[in-house]
Ligand binder design. Structure first.
Ligand SMILES: NC(=O)c1ccc[n+]([C@@H]2O[C@H](COP(=O)([O-])OP(=O)(O)OC[C@H]3O[C@@H](n4cnc5c(N)ncnc54)[C@H](OP(=O)(O)O)[C@@H]3O)[C@@H](O)[C@H]2O)c1
Length: 256
């Protein structure tokens, strides 16, 4: 028997991916579907979700779209309920929706700062809480939280985003203690990934500088993160939980 391909197979499994309309979330959803999973796609823009769902159905997998804001707890309840009702169970959760640009610590007020913390941490916490029972009933599950290298770099203008992703990392480590052995919970720290979220900040000069300071001599693609996410939700990583995986081209210091 050829064991290795089966370790990366998600055949018969059901996944939820948030922020699945574009960028890293889209790439994760497609990778999980290519590995055999049916996928519930969540984001706010229905047209983006429809396009990703069509790509997944073309692969022969099932896809449902659940448009909503992850900051709205009722939308998370709907996402979980519809996934179980329409796809039958939940094995995998990718908490990808999140983000924030650079902030000025002299200008950003408390409400805005709190909003960055809330958006990047609380939906992931709630979705893990709300899917854990379904995962247990499905015989076990795996969660990947999409964090950022900003969680571990000390750099100017990232006090809000860096704090939020550092909190997401520590929540990942602690929840892995709470929910094992039935549910594994890990996080990925992407380096700079070429997505729409990055585009407004990426001048040609800045890109050249960043590539020059990246050991792997290129910026990341969404598929680089999707491949790591596939590993962390597949049986290949069945003895890994509560860990933070850097997928960053080898960058060890801020280069933004
Ligand atoms: N790109 C990078 O260099 C990089 C680096 C490190 C970490 N990350 C992390 O990777 C994750 C994805 O980033 P990305 O670059 O792929 O972003 P992106 O290309 O802008 O895609 C973000 C996706 O999330 C959805 N989304 C945004 N806000 C949402 C909300 N409130 N509720 C539900 N869905 C929402 C967006 O769709 P709608 O707007 O239609 O909702 C979109 O589908 C984020 O957590 C980010 O912090 C990115």
């Amino acid at each position: 028997m050829n064991l290795i391909p089966s370790l990366f197979s998600l055949h018969g499994q059901v996944a939820i991916v948030t922020g699945a309309g574009k960028g890293i979330g889209r790439a994760c959803a497609l990778a999980l579907a290519q590995a055999g999973a049916d996928v519930a796609l969540a984001a706010r823009t229905q047209a983006d979700l429809d396009a990703v769902a069509a790509d997944i159905r073309a692969l022969g997998r099932r896809a449902i779209t659940v448009a909503g804001d992850v900051s709205d707890e009722a939308a998370l309840d709907t996402l979980v309920a519809r996934t179980v009702a329409e796809l039958g169970k939940i094995n995998i959760l990718v908490n990808n929706a999140g983000g924030a640009g650079p902030n000025s610590p002299l200008k950003m007020g408390g409400a805005e700062f709190s909003a960055v913390l809330a958006w990047n941490v609380t939906p992931a916490y709630l979705l893990i809480q709300k899917t854990a029972q379904a995962m247990r009933e499905a015989g076990g599950g795996a969660v990947v939280n999409i964090s950022s290298v900003a969680a571990r770099y000390a750099q100017k203008h990232f006090s809000a985003y860096g704090a939020a992703k550092a909190a997401l990392n520590q929540m990942t480590r602690n929840l892995a203690q709470d929910f094992g052995p039935a549910v594994r919970i890990n996080a990925i720290e992407p380096g700079t990934i070429m997505t729409d979220a990055l585009a407004p900040f990426l001048t040609p000069e800045r890109k050249e500088r960043m590539v020059a300071s990246t050991p792997m001599a290129r910026l990341g693609q969404p598929e680089d993160i999707a491949a790591a996410a596939l590993f962390l939700v597949s049986p290949a990583s069945s003895w890994i939980t509560g860990k933070i995986l850097g997928v960053d081209g080898g960058v060890e210091a801020p280069n933004f």
